[in-house]
Design a protein around this ligand. Structure first.
Ligand code: 13P
Ligand code: SF4
Length: 311
């Protein structure tokens, strides 16, 4: 990076020159959320990627999100500021092991969380995000056996809510797994009036304390509409940036980890993307997502099913 350059100015120049759209997830650093053309949850970002008429999609998120953009918009150049921005859920579910799990349960359909590899999407029947899972599950007949992966907490939450018995893959999100129930109870005792909003990737001992459970967009919407003035937020703390922008007069407290503060719940993968790396990927159009066409078409079928059923 040339010394002394103004990164924001250069990113703004390059995004025009490249006809690029910058998409960002709510868990990204505030400076990336602020410069993005669109900030959203996984479902909204997938829809934006499918619709855009830009030539380049610069994805400020993690790899499975950029892969999804490429699956849905293969003619676009899709760049990810840091290719190492993975996800513990994706890592927990190697495609060969998932294929063996499927083969063991031939009468089950595979309903799969979008936080997985393209290969696992290609082995699945329907993809869901946290904001579309409930709508989609409610359209599947009750007597249809289902395997659900890779997030056992989201799957368990859906099983409890819909009285289903989906077989669960044992993956977890390391970020949502790290909230401490003991510290949450302490925080709640200090703010008894504050409701708790939680992401369904949280384990049940955290969900049990929540007044609202939903996707990042759902939680943001709850923050804009709840009647009180303090909210406890049990998801990745960077989303609080959007809450403070939208409702500056209210107080948002990140749910704590075992050390009593919310910084241990920062997603280490999401945090890999920086202004410097965004500048470099717009300049060099690298690192770029490439997906083999046969695999892409198989993964696209299960993603399209989600987009149809979630509409
Ligand atoms: P949503 O934005 O769809 O709620 O997903 C949360 C998440 O963990 C993304 O990695
Ligand atoms: Fe994956 Fe969890 Fe990070 Fe989301 S927050 S990208 S689910 S590790």
């Amino acid at each position: 990076i040339p010394p002394g350059i103004d990164l924001l100015e250069e990113i703004n120049r390059l995004r025009k020159e490249r006809n690029a759209v910058i998409l960002a997830h709510y868990y990204q650093r505030p400076e990336l959320q602020d410069l993005a053309d669109f900030v959203g949850d996984s479902l909204e970002l997938s829809k934006k990627a499918a619709e855009t008429d830009a030539d380049v999609i610069a994805f400020c998120g993690v790899k499975f999100m950029a892969d999804t953009a490429k699956i849905l918009s293969p003619e676009k150049i899709v760049v990810l500021p840091d290719m190492e921005a993975g996800c513990s859920l994706e890592d927990s579910c190697p495609p060969d092991k998932f294929a063996a799990f499927r083969a063991k349960h031939p009468d089950h359909i595979a309903l799969t969380y979008i936080n997985c590899s393209t290969e696992v999407k290609a082995l699945s029947d329907v993809i869901v995000t946290s904001s579309s899972a409930e709508t989609i599950l409610s359209q599947i007949p009750e007597d249809q056996p289902i395997i659900f992966g890779p997030d056992r907490h989201l799957g368990g939450y859906l099983n409890r809510k819909f009285n289903r018995e989906m077989l669960l893959w044992p993956g977890v999100c390391i970020v949502h797994e790290a909230f401490s129930e003991k510290e949450l109870i302490k925080l709640k005792a200090e703010h008894p009036e504050a409701p708790i909003a939680a992401h369904p990737e949280c384990p049940p001992h955290i969900i049990d304390h929540a007044d609202y459970v939903g996707s990042t967009s759902g939680i943001l919407n709850f923050a804009k509409t709840f009647p009180g003035d303090t909210l406890i937020v049990a998801t990745e703390p960077h989303i609080i940036h959007q809450m403070e922008k939208a409702i500056p007069e209210k107080t948002f407290l990140g749910a704590p980890g075992a050390d009593g503060n919310c910084n241990c719940n920062i997603c280490p993968y999401m945090a890999l993307n920086t202004m410097e790396k965004l500048y470099l990927c717009l300049r060099d159009l690298e690192p770029r997502i490439e997906i083999e066409e046969d695999l892409r078409l198989k993964a696209k079928a299960s993603l399209n099913k989600m987009l149809e059923m979630a509409a």
